[in-house]
Design a binder for this molecule. Structure first.
Ligand code: ATP
Ligand code: MG
Length: 573
């Protein structure tokens, strides 16, 4: 297995001084003392994230800094408190109760954030849906969750098959005209205006439901993952030690709240830690992104490999046009972060990009690179204090360093999912080895305790008796100057078991050719190993991806083998 040269320059982190110390002495019970419920016994995560600050000198600090092509708005913690209170009252008035599911299907906007927090404040369970979902995806999720209310816009309403969803009784429209409002429809603006900014918060049990997220659909049909208020402990602590939130930070998480990163780290972690949260509507473009970083003086930036690869593809010259000097800390999640991207980031932003690993099901970050530690590009880092991670074989035996196996986490931890909605059997599969959560990812650990992601368990390739993780091959491929992105699969072969096939999209200015294929093959053979070099290469204009930007290897495989592609509800157009 390949190791990389560690990057020793530390990031100026402040909250966590020594990873080893913290790991040795950590105790979740201590972490809980940061919350007001530790004193009062009254629990509600939205209260902790917003209202608690509104009751201190942070009251008039900017909590939300929203911008898109048409709007630029700021809201203090006090204003966020009032707006979310109003929305809580709107829901109560129409009869929504604790435990009911309220879904939100709309583009990023301040209204989305008021609705989400207001829903949680009355003890209902919120389900954010990504705005680009088409009708089938929306129907599946509303049907499965039996949502009773939906917040959406008139523009998106034609993707909501209202008549076919018996549980769905109330639709709250943001930006509605009078004639949009049939029976069971409400105007968000009117209801908000009429509602009181004071709310009797629903105090809940820490194990009561808070939010439901459907997974990204990279490996199959998305699962409805159910999280409880207790998750806030993990959101707060990982925010403090991994994102390193400090008083005065301006933070930007680029994920949409339709995906778990956009809530755990786009809402809860920053606000529990009381920092200013930048939310940008609209689509990705290198210029717009850099100008957002510059304009707001972003100090902490959390994004994803697909975005960093696109920024790399746009070139360092674009980055150099902007003043990015306020950025102190950069992080990445969602897919493996190729070492080449980390090296490029260091060169271009003069900052390390800190990879971290977690899943919708885990609710919060479990393995990470910390500002205070050396990072090895290509490794996702070390387990968070309070978390034990291990590599297990299929029987549950811990494997020694450098052996590839199941990445597993000792149960429990505060933000662990509490169920898969209406699918107990699926839930149990994750816990099939007593005392462990089995992630479905394949990884190894090195002798220094760093974890290295290899691929999804199902994507690991068995070629001539060797097990090859697709990520290692993909990372070598993207080091080649002609390669923009790569997706690698195992293709059945009568002699070798499987052969490695690579799908490649080229960078601007490069044309497909047989010579180039051969060049790329040799590049991997010489840079990685002969057995890992793809025997087949196919050029594609674009690789199939989820809407959150993850390469869908199962779709590549289905195309290759002429198999059904399965659930495509989360695939990009
Ligand atoms: P589905 O479960 O529906 O197939 P998904 O697994 O992509 O979709 P998410 O919960 O959004 O849904 O993603 C979690 C997965 O993303 C992890 O299991 C892992 O495979 C991948 N992942 C996340 N962060 C990292 C990382 N830092 N390095 C490598 N892989 C990562
Ligand atoms: Mg998954």
């Amino acid at each position: 297995m390949k190791q990389t040269e560690p990057i020793k320059v530390m990031t100026e982190g402040n909250n966590l001084k020594s990873y080893e110390e913290a790991y040795k002495n950590f105790n979740w019970d201590e972490a809980e003392k940061a919350f007001s419920w530790h004193e009062t016994g009254k629990v509600n995560a939205a209260y902790e994230a917003i209202d608690r600050h509104a009751e201190t000198q942070r009251r008039d600090q900017i909590a939300l800094l929203y911008s898109d092509a048409n709007r630029e708005e700021k809201y203090t913690f006090q204003q966020m408190k009032e707006q979310s209170n109003r929305f809580g009252n709107v829901l109560r008035k129409i009869g929504v109760k604790k435990g009911d599911r309220v879904f939100i299907f709309m583009p990023r906007s301040p209204e989305l954030y008021f609705s989400l927090l207001g829903t949680i404040k009355i003890g209902a369970i919120v389900g954010p849906l990504f705005e680009a979902f088409m009708e089938a995806a929306v129907r599946d999720r509303l049907e499965d969750s039996e949502a009773v209310a939906l917040v959406t816009t008139p523009q998106l309403l034609n993707r909501v098959p209202v008549d076919e969803l018996p549980a769905l009784k109330h639709i709250i429209l943001v930006g509605a005209e009078e004639n949009d409002l049939n029976d069971g429809f409400y105007s968000f603006e009117k209801e908000m205006e009429a509602a009181s900014p004071e709310l009797d918060i629903e105090w809940v049990d820490r194990e009561d439901g808070m939010i439901m997220h459907y997974t990204s659909g990279s490996t199959g049909k998305p699962k409805g993952v159910f999280h409880v208020h207790n998750a806030m402990i993990q959101h707060y602590m990982t925010g403090k030690w991994i994102l390193d939130f400090q008083h005065g930070d301006i933070y930007w998480c680029t994920a949409d709240p339709g995906w778990v990163t956009g809530t755990s780290y786009g809402i809860f972690a920053p606000w529990l830690n009381g920092v200013t949260n930048v939310i940008r509507g609209g689509r990705f473009s290198p210029e717009d992104w850099y100008s957002t970083l510059e304009k707001y003086g972003v100090t902490i930036w959390y994004s994803a490999p697909t975005a960093f690869r696109m920024l790399m593809g746009a070139g360092a010259d674009v980055a150099k046009k902007f003043d990015l000097s306020k950025i102190r800390h950069i992080l990445s999640v969602g897919e493996p972060l190729n070492p080449e991207v980390v090296r490029w980031g260091l060169e271009t932003y003069n900052r390390r990009i800190h990879d971290n690993w977690w899943m919708t099901e885990t609710g919060g970050i479990l393995i990470s690179n910390y500002p205070c530690m050396e990072i090895k590009p290509g490794s996702m880092g070390k387990p968070f204090p309070g978390i034990k991670a291990a590599i297990l074989d299929d029987e549950g035996n811990e494997l020694p360093p450098y052996q590839m196996g199941n990445l597993a986490i000792k149960t429990p931890w505060p933000s662990m999912m509490r169920k898969i909605w209406k699918n107990e059997a699926k839930y149990k599969e994750y816990f099939r080895i007593p005392g462990w959560y089995i992630s479905g990812d394949s990884a190894y650990r090195d002798e220094d305790g760093y974890f290295w992601f290899q691929g999804r368990i199902d994507d690991v390739i068995n070629t001539s008796g060797e097990r090859v993780g697709p990520f290692e091959v993909e990372s070598k491929l993207v080091e080649h100057p002609a390669v923009a992105e790569a997706g690698v699969i195992g293709k059945p072969d009568p002699v070798r078991g499987e052969i490695i096939k690579a799908f490649i999209s080229l960078r601007d200015g490069h044309e497909p050719s047989d010579e180039l294929k051969e060049q790329i093959r040799v590049f991997v053979k010489e840079g990685l190993s002969a057995h890992a070099a793809p025997r087949e290469i196919e050029f594609k204009d674009k690789l199939p991806k989820t809407r959150s930007g993850k390469i869908m290897r199962r779709v590549l495989k289905a195309w290759e083998l002429d198999l059904p592609t399965g659930d495509l509800s989360t695939m990009e157009d």
